[in-house]
Design a protein around this ligand. Sequence first.
Ligand SMILES: C[S@@+](CC[C@H](N)C(=O)[O-])C[C@H]1O[C@@H](n2cnc3c(N)ncnc32)[C@H](O)[C@@H]1O
Length: 248
Amino acid sequence: MEWDAKKYNTTHDFIFKYGAGLLELLPKEPKKVLDIGCGTGELTNQMAELGHVVTGIDQSVNMINQAKESYPDLTFLQEDILNLSDQIGLYDIAFSNAVFHWISDQELLLKNISEHLNPNGQLICEFGAVGNVQAIREAFGRELRMLGVSFEEPFCFTSVEDYRVLLEKNHFEVVEILEYERPTPLKGGESGLRAWMEQFYAAELGELTDDQKEKLLANMERDLKPKLWKEDHWEADYRRLRINAVKL
Ligand SMILES: C[S@@+](CC[C@H](N)C(=O)[O-])C[C@H]1O[C@@H](n2cnc3c(N)ncnc32)[C@H](O)[C@@H]1O
């Protein structure tokens, strides 16, 4: 999926704003950090300001170009974490916010991370937990089924139990792993849910006619209003998984 980096920075900036809490898990002394799926580079820059030597990687050209434009003094590379080039090197810390749930091959993801970490290197990351945006996903699936459109969930949302097993199988020792609810206000008032859908389900919505899309979004707004509309904004039912683990 390609990203609209300008829209990401203005409408979906809650992603890196919430992600800033993860920075507290970083050691105080300067480390060499790989920011996986760095997006527009906002957290990469905050880590650099804390004194770390950071390389941001992202598979999206738009995101990497925006990151380079915003922070020309930092290192950003267009790279897919599942297919890294030789220039990546070794790091003390692999950091990642709001990325892992986009990746279907979690075994390969952890293997590649482990290969680019120094001995005792740390993995600090956060992404969607099981049940993340469940109400929105269920309403979307229901509407697509009514249109006769097949729907394959693009996200991989995991539980503490399953991810602990996966980490241990891939030779990481878990320092901390937790799942938590994070109700998330969406920007844009009445149109907030649409804007969110258009960012995160762009590919699926792009398959519909304008008419189908309009009807689907209107039905979703009607059905989700009792649960997710909060006086003057939509609140998405986010759940997160936060991990701090060490390479054995
Ligand atoms: C929701 S954004 C998060 C960006 C950033 N970490 C932040 O907190 O603002 C998810 C990012 O993951 C990137 N991404 C997804 N799959 C990836 C992969 N296989 N390799 C590298 N980046 C990936 C996307 O291109 C996107 O920029």
